[in-house]
Write a protein that binds this ligand. Structure first.
Ligand code: ADP
Ligand code: ZN
Length: 712
């Protein structure tokens, strides 16, 4: 495996393998089948790309998305790997040219679409020499997967061409059924399953519940502004909402576009491209957006509504931070979403399953324990400790005695004959005067207004907790009305104690309170850029310029993590530059000098200012003669002597004898013996018949002065 390590460094610029990569490579090289489950950004590509470099014939990579294929090939080419693709977007001539290259062994990796494969099995693939078949997005072969591709079933046909050629199937989404489907439908032979952790510790997890629309919008705008030009995605429930959000953001001066399935294919690919190429930082989209995108520097993802299930949520937040750099994910949800999604789910033929999944999603959103633990537990993984990077961990809840609050709520539910929704219940508790209350004649209830001292949001917070504790249930099939459970009855009638968590004061509100303002305008936070950030911006600018010239996405040149490491390590030599993670030989050669130049210029500009004397000292230390120094600094030699004098008198170790001879010192001493010491050099110079330079005289004077001081 020494060669694999060597290639990892030389070609991809990485020092070590991530978990399982090495084992997978070894397994594949032993001509055995593998099924690889790794999260997005986990590093699946390396698992077949390194074997491809080591094997004799071409590696076929089957990939369902044309845009993705192109990006991957470009990334490989940037690393100096001979790769190509064929898909339906090309002319016959283009395809033939690539095939010719592959046959001539000028390619190591050939990406093909499932359609191309299906048509090629009977034709060109028959006598085509290949060493390995990699099936990316392997879940597409399963009918249960969310993006089933019938052509994926044709993949089995290439097995027949040469059954000894190993298959490696890779995916980021596979539950039990899908896994089984992959194995059967691809005809994998006794495959070994490699499952890496689905944890993405660089993604922070935040959830914001039941926030009024206006406030939510302001908070999101404020957040995006704080992110500068960093890329992010806002996921919305409907096409209309994507357009509305984009409009609102633009009105706030944020450059954004929207994306949904209602746009024409051209419009859609334009939006994708603008995003991928860092032209437009923010996209407001339905969940259709992101599938064909390999962009590694998405720095944040916001959901404006509750996702339908944990699988979708995990996949969507997973589009952030593929480069491993810290990225923010934030989910806003509202009870209105739940009602809407419940209705959707009920209309489906699989309603039971969908409702169950929705419920799990809601539990996650409403949790008051570490969210990452819940998320990973859902995918069958257990985290031993709290993550420290979710909103619950960062701001743990304070507990309060919630027995009386619970009793108020439960009693009120009972008095409505368990007919009201949570929304109406809060209105009754708070004594609201609105149609929902009057229609049910609820103003007559004994519990009407008994919770008027608490805000709407706080009631909502506590009721959700009560529901999660099992004090009452939401009858999804009876218009979301609330039903008290047995446990709820215990609390109501037997006084079972209940603990609730104190609602959190949110940032926007805290700030407002601190400033004692009524205004709802949110301040734009302006933080001063650090030198490191300035350099990062400059490197990004260079990256962008090169990307435009080469017509590739910027991250193909270097990803954000690589640029970030440059701002820390400040490499200025070839070997230092190669030491940066993500820099292989090819990239050093193609771009290294341009990036090092930016770093050098930056350092030059930020060099601490030094005095003219110190500058002379630095040159002295480089063993330059005084004449050379004078020449280099474009100064008189006399001036340099005076620098020496100054340096000497300030205690720097100047070797006087190097610059003035013993004889000269003696003569100067003799001359000044009978004189009164002043600063004037002219009389001394004249007494020496002008034979000794002014500079030397000054230097010797400073030596004599220091002797005087020492004696005194
Ligand atoms: P996936 O296909 O699993 O979503 P990729 O193969 O695109 O993930 O890899 C995600 C990122 O991680 C890429 O930028 C890739 O270059 C990087 N990467 C992969 N393996 C390593 C490694 N061993 N060390 C550092 N970075 C790696
Ligand atoms: Zn946590």
């Amino acid at each position: 495996m020494k060669e694999a390590h060597h290639l990892l460094k030389k070609v991809f610029g990485y020092d070590s393998f991530r978990p399982y990569q090495e084992e997978i490579i070894e397994h594949v090289l032993a001509k055995k089948d593998a099924l690889v489950l790794m999260p997005t950004g986990g590093g699946k590509s390396i698992c077949f790309q390194i074997p491809a470099l080591m094997l004799e014939d071409v590696t076929l990579v089957i990939s369902p998305l044309i845009s993705l294929m192109k990006d991957q090939v470009e990334s490989l080419l940037a690393n100096g790997v001979e790769a190509g693709f064929i898909n339906s977007s090309q002319s016959e001539a283009q395809k033939n040219q690539i095939l010719m290259k592959a046959r001539n062994k000028e390619l190591k990796i050939l990406y093909i679409s499932p359609e191309t494969l299906a048509s090629g099995v009977q034709t060109w693939l028959r006598d085509f020499k290949f060493s390995l078949v990699a099936i990316d997005e392997a879940h597409c072969v399963s009918m249960w997967g969310h993006d089933f591709r019938p052509e994926y079933k044709m993949i089995q046909e290439i097995r027949k061409i040469d059954p000894s050629i190993p298959f490696i199937a890779l995916t980021a989404t596979a539950d039990k059924i899908t896994k089984k489907d992959i194995v059967t439908n691809l005809g994998l032979k006794d495959p070994r399953l490699f499952t890496s952790s689905f944890d993405r510790p660089n993604l922070s997890l935040e959830v914001m519940g039941n926030i009024p629309k206006k406030e939510k919008q302001q908070e999101i705008i404020q957040f995006i502004k704080s992110q500068g030009d960093k890329s992010g995605i806002i996921y919305c429930l409907s096409r209309k909402e994507t357009e509305e959000w984009s409009l609102a953001l633009r009105a706030a001066g944020i450059n954004s576009e929207y994306y949904h399935a209602g746009l024409s294919p051209d419009e859609r690919s334009q939006v994708q491209e603008d995003f991928v190429k860092d032209e437009v930082p923010v996209i407001c989209a339905t969940v259709a957006f992101g599938m064909g995108i390999d962009k590694s520097n998405v720095r944040w993802v916001i959901h404006t509504n509750l996702p339908k299930n944990m699988e979708g949520y995990y996949q969507e937040i997973g589009r952030a931070g593929r480069d491993g750099m810290p990225s923010v994910t934030r989910l806003y949800y509202n009870y209105r979403d739940v009602v809407l999604l419940t209705d959707f789910a009920k209309d489906s033929s699989q309603s039971e399953l969908l409702l169950e999944k929705l419920d799990r999603m809601l539990q996650y959103a409403e949790a008051s324990t570490c969210r990452r633990r819940i998320l990973l537990a859902y995918f069958g993984e257990s985290l031993q400790e709290n993550c420290g990077n979710c909103d619950v961990c960062k701001n743990p809840p304070a507990y309060l005695d919630g027995t009386i609050l619970s009793q108020k709520a439960l009693s009120c539910i009972k008095r409505t004959d368990e007919k009201v929704t949570m929304h109406v219940l809060i209105d009754i508790l708070r004594g609201a005067k609105n149609a929902a209350v009057y229609n049910g004649n609820y103003q007559e209830l004994k519990t009407y207004g008994i919770g008027a001292d608490m805000s709407w949001n706080n009631w909502s917070h506590h009721l959700i907790e009560m529901k999660n504790l099992g004090l009452f249930e939401v009858a999804y099939d009876q218009h979301m009305s609330l039903k008290v459970t047995d446990f709820g009855n215990d609390v109501l009638f037997k006084g079972t104690q209940i603990q609730l968590t104190a609602p959190k004061i949110r940032e926007a509100k805290k700030e407002k309170a601190a400033r004692g303002e009524k205004s709802t305008r949110t301040p734009v936070t302006t933080t001063e850029l650090t030198k490191q950030e300035i350099l990062f911006d400059r490197l990004k600018m260079l990256r962008r310029k090169i990307a435009v010239e080469k017509n590739v996405p910027p991250y193909v040149i270097f990803n954000d993590a690589t640029l970030h490491e440059m701002t820390i390590e400040l490499p200025r030599t070839e070997s230092a530059f190669l030491g940066i993670s993500g820099v292989g030989n090819q990239k050093l050669e193609s771009y290294g000098y341009q990036f090092m130049d930016v770093i050098k210029t930056h350092l030059e500009e930020n060099r601490p200012k030094i005095s003219t004397y110190e500058e002379t000292l630095i040159l002295l230390k480089q063993d330059l003669s005084l004449e050379e120094i004078a020449q280099q600094r474009n100064m008189q030699v006399t001036t340099i002597y005076s620098h020496l004098a100054k340096l000497f008198s300030e205690g720097y170790p100047i070797e006087i004898h190097k610059y003035v001879s013993e004889d000269e010192i003696k003569r100067i001493r003799e001359v000044i013996q009978g004189m009164e010491l002043t600063n004037a050099l002219k009389p001394i110079h004249e007494a020496l018949n002008g034979e000794i330079d002014y500079g030397k005289i000054r230097l010797v004077l400073s030596v004599i002065e220091s002797e005087v001081i020492n004696i005194e």
